[in-house]
Design a protein around this ligand. Structure first.
Ligand code: AP5
Length: 217
């Protein structure tokens, strides 16, 4: 199963991806996570990406496409993969199409999570992430058992530097201007499926599962 998760910042792509990859035993490929890891390590890629990520802007296509092209060649992608946050521009989508064609593969589904803008803001400013394993929580909607501590690995939880109100506004504008046009791109290919992302996390997961099993359109 080769899947793309699309949707605005805070729609729940990462939260749902964690669950779906566990079920299908496929890798979760998040370009945002890749940039944050490189930024933490201070690599040349991280230093370059930080200039954009910290402002809430998209990292240039040539950098982002190269990362995904390399990652998809890795052996763990053979049974399938879940792309979270890629593609985000028409150029990235066209590049992805070429990459999967060269691998004799195809994208099975592009899942778009639908969430209202005001709710996105509340979700992002309340989000907390585990420093050790990357698990995602929310101070109100999905809180850990013990405040500030990861349920899964007891790691420390932190807030992303781009989860401030101002940066979230820029990220939402970037989404509307550059990423939303991709919905028509995948609709035309017949693989776009839209799921209400405003429901309880378990309900959203169940609805995504139904779509992936071909039970619902
Ligand atoms: P990235 O890391 O991809 O961020 P994003 O798309 O802005 O998405 P988020 O991770 O913020 O949200 P999400 O949809 O995963 O939501 P989550 O599940 O965490 O990108 C960051 C930056 O990297 C970009 O701004 C850009 O600079 C760069 N970048 C990345 N990819 C790029 C690309 N392809 N091209 C160029 N640049 C790129 O959920 C959010 C919160 O809500 C959590 O607290 C969660 O617990 C809670 N929540 C989730 N679902 C529910 C629910 N159903 N009910 C209640 N609460 C919920």
């Amino acid at each position: 199963m080769n899947i793309i998760f699309m949707g605005p910042p805070g729609a729940g792509k990462g939260t749902q991806a964690e669950r779906i990859v566990e079920y299908y035993n496929i890798p979760h490929i998040s370009t945002g996570d890749a940039f944050r890891a490189a930024m933490k390590q201070g690599t040349p890629l991280g230093i370059e990406a930080k200039r954009y990520v910290d402002q809430g802007l998209l990292v240039p296509d040539e950098i982002t496409i190269g990362i995904v092209r390399e990652r998809l060649q890795e052996q763990d992608c053979e049974p399938g993969f879940l792309l979270d946050g890629f593609p985000r521009t028409i150029s990235q989508a066209e590049a992805l199409s070429g990459i999967v064609q060269a691998m004799n593969r195809k994208i099975d589904f592009c899942i778009d999570l639908l969430v209202d803008r005001n709710l996105l803001l509340a979700r992002l400013t309340g989000r907390r992430i585990c420093k050790s394993c990357g698990a995602t929580y929310h101070v109100m909607f999905n809180s850990p058992k013990e405040e500030g501590i990861c349920d899964k690995c007891s790691g420390e939880l932190y807030q992303r530097s781009d989860d401030t109100e101002e940066k979230v506004g820029t990220r939402l504008d970037e989404y509307l201007n550059k990423t939303a046009p991709l919905l028509d791109y995948y609709r035309t290919k017949g693989i776009l499926r839209q799921v209400n992302g405003e429901q309880d996390i378990d309900v959203v997961s169940a609805n995504i599962q139904s779509v992936l099993r071909g039970l619902t359109e």
